[in-house]
Each structure stands twice: as C-alpha cells, then as structure tokens.
Design a protein around this ligand. Structure first.
Ligand SMILES: [Fe+2]
Ligand SMILES: [Fe+2]
Length: 187
C-alpha cells in the first residue's frame, strides 16, 4: 500500500479531509516549483500531515513517547495530531528524513528557524484550494511572490480567528510570527 492509499483508508469516513490533503499536496508542489526544496520530503509530509486528525486525543498522544512533549502542548491539544503523525512517519513507516519529520510536526504554525520544506507545508496547509475561510485566497496570492510574508499573514489571520473565539494564541505561534516579522528568510 502506498502512502496515499494508507491515508485515504485511514480517513475513509472523512472524505473532505482527504480532499484537503490532496489540496495541500498540490499547493505545496506548486510552491516547491517556485522556491525549490526537496520534492519527495514535501510530498510525503503533505500526504501524512493530517492522518490522525480525527483520532481521539488518547490515540494521538499514544504515538508520542516523550511525556514532556504531551505536557507541553496540553493547552493546545490540536498540536497532537501533527506530532503523532510525525512520530508515526518516523517510527512506524521508517521515514528517516528529518525534513519530513519537521514539516509534519510543525505544520500548524511552523517553527523558528524552520526548513524551507516546513515553511512550504505550513503555508500550503493554510491556503490550499479547498480552504474557504477568509484570508486563504489572499495568503495564496502572496505566497506566489513572498513566502515569508504569506506565512506572517497566515499566522496573523489564525491569531485573529483565535481572538474572535475568545482563545489565546499559544506562545510558540507568537514566537514564530515575531521571529519572521523581524528576520528575513534565507532562501
Ligand atoms: Fe493539521
Ligand atoms: Fe492540514
């Protein structure tokens, strides 16, 4: 079974999520054609990034062996689906490329000092063609000319949505946003 079939079968009750994954893969490869980066790593990360999205928190955290990591993200349990998928890729699928691990692990808001592959997956996840929320189209248009600015805008939108819902952004989100606002991206 190839990776796409594996994920399609895992998400058989969530066809829209599988559609999103195909959208992220398409968008990420489009960005790769502009900015470069490892095609295989980008495609693999795109396919696997959300495979545990609908698993229970217990099932997600079962893939995370380091309890300090589980504790660290306890206030933002949405992070668990990403971390679980990164460990699954590494430990169960034996995908040893660290670029794949990082891109899956940090796909929600990126990481300070992230790889180009991670940046591409993070931006593609926000603005793939099936995304309907306000901002996705603007981020996509910007991503074609300035990937760093597209990341900044996507994080600002995400923080705005959180604030609207009365939620506080996680400190890492703010750290990533501030870092890339202040530092140029070295392509
Ligand atoms: Fe995700
Ligand atoms: Fe996603």
């Amino acid at each position: 079974m190839n990776l796409l079939e594996l994920v399609e079968s895992k998400l058989k009750h969530h066809p829209n999520r599988f559609k999103h994954i195909l959208g992220v893969r398409e968008r990420a490869l489009e960005l790769q054609a502009i900015y470069g980066g490892d095609i295989d790593a980008i495609e693999t990360a795109a396919i696997l990034h959300d495979m545990f999205k609908y698993d229970s928190i217990d099932a997600q955290t079962a893939w995370i062996k380091d309890l300090n990591e589980v504790e660290k993200y306890a206030k933002v349990p949405v992070a668990y689906h990403a971390i679980a998928a990164a460990y699954y890729a590494k430990n169960e699928l034996h995908i040893t490329d660290e670029k794949v691990f990082e891109a899956i692990y940090y796909h929600i808001w990126g990481k300070v000092g992230m790889n180009l592959e991670t940046l591409i997956i993070t931006v593609a996840d926000f603005c793939e063609k099936n995304r309907t929320f306000h901002g996705a189209k603007t981020v996509y248009e910007l991503s074609k000319t300035d990937l760093r600015k597209a990341l900044i805008l996507s994080l600002e939108y995400t923080i705005e949505y959180l604030n609207q819902d009365g939620l506080t952004p996680f400190y890492e989100q703010l750290e990533v946003l501030n870092y890339y606002k202040e530092n140029p991206w070295n392509y």
